[in-house]
Design a protein around this ligand. Structure first.
Ligand code: ZN
Length: 222
C-alpha cells in the first residue's frame, strides 16, 4: 500500500511524504530539518528511514531543509543538473553527501518506487513534476505549476492520486474539499486550468476524472 502525506505546502515551505513498503521518500524539503523531523514523527515515520529527497526545483521554499538533513542524516538528494547548479548557489554543495543527478524525463528508481520526472511551467531553472509509481499505484505530484497544458494532462493519465498545487489558482483552495465533479465544473470557469478539460478530452478514457485530487495550500509561493 502506498502512503501519501502532504507535510507542508505554500510559501512557508513544501514537503511531501510518499512511502511504499520499506521505501520512503520526500518530495522537496522546503522547511527546516527540525520541522521535517517533527512532521514525519507526527505521521509515525522517521527521517532516518527516508531513502531520498527528490527536488522539484530550487526555490528556497522547496529546498530549505535539504542541506542540514543531508549532512545530519546522510539522506540522498536527487535533482536534475540545472537545479543542482542553482542549489549550489544557495548551499555549499561540496559539504553534501549522496547527491544524485537525474535527467528530466528519464525514469529512475529509489527502492520499490519508480520516479518519472517531467517539465512544468514555472520560473525556475528546470522545474519538474513527478509521477511516483509502485508496482500497483501511480501518484502524480505537481507543485508551483503556472498553468496546465496538454502535456501535463498526459503525465497525469491513469494516476491513482494527483497532488496539484498552483500558486496562481487561489480559488481552488476554496473548493479543495468538494467532489471532483463539482471541482471540475468550478475550475472549468477559470482560465488557467481550462486546459485541464481540454486535456481530458484528449485522453483515451476518463483518465483523470475519477481520481482523487488533492489541492495544496495556495498561499503565494516563490
Ligand atoms: Zn517555485
Amino acid at each position: 500500500m502506498m502512503k501519501f502525506c502532504n507535510l507542508f505546502s505554500g510559501s512557508d515551505g513544501n514537503a511531501i511524504f510518499v512511502g511504499h513498503n520499506e521505501t520512503k521518500i520526500l518530495i522537496d524539503a522546503g522547511v527546516s530539518c527540525k520541522k521535517v523531523v517533527h512532521a514525519l514523527e507526527s505521521i509515525q515515520e522517521s527521517i532516518e528511514q527516508i531513502d531520498g529527497i527528490i527536488i522539484t526545483h530550487e526555490h528556497i521554499d522547496h529546498i530549505k531543509g535539504i542541506d542540514v538533513i543531508n549532512r545530519k542524516y546522510k539522506t540522498p538528494i536527487y535533482a536534475n543538473r540545472s537545479t543542482w547548479k542553482k542549489i549550489h548557489e544557495k548551499f555549499d554543495v561540496s559539504r553534501l553527501t549522496t547527491c544524485h543527478v537525474f535527467k528530466t524525463k528519464e525514469p529512475f528508481k529509489i527502492g520499490d518506487l519508480e520516479i518519472h520526472s517531467f517539465p512544468i511551467p514555472h520560473d525556475a531553472a528546470e522545474p519538474v513534476g513527478f509521477n511516483v509509481l509502485s508496482p500497483q499505484k501511480k501518484i502524480s505530484i505537481l507543485t508551483d505549476v503556472g498553468h496546465m497544458n496538454v502535456e501535463l494532462i498526459h503525465q497525469l493519465k491513469d494516476s491513482d492520486l494527483i497532488y496539484l498545487e498552483s500558486n496562481h489558482e487561489e480559488e481552488m483552495v476554496k473548493v479543495s474539499s468538494y467532489p471532483w465533479s463539482l471541482k471540475q465544473r468550478i475550475l472549468g470557469e477559470k482560465g488557467h486550468l481550462s486546459n485541464l478539460n481540454a486535456g481530458k478530452n484528449h485522453s483515451s478514457n476518463d483518465s483523470i476524472g475519477n481520481r482523487k485530487i488533492y489541492c495544496g495550500s495556495f498561499k503565494q509561493g516563490e
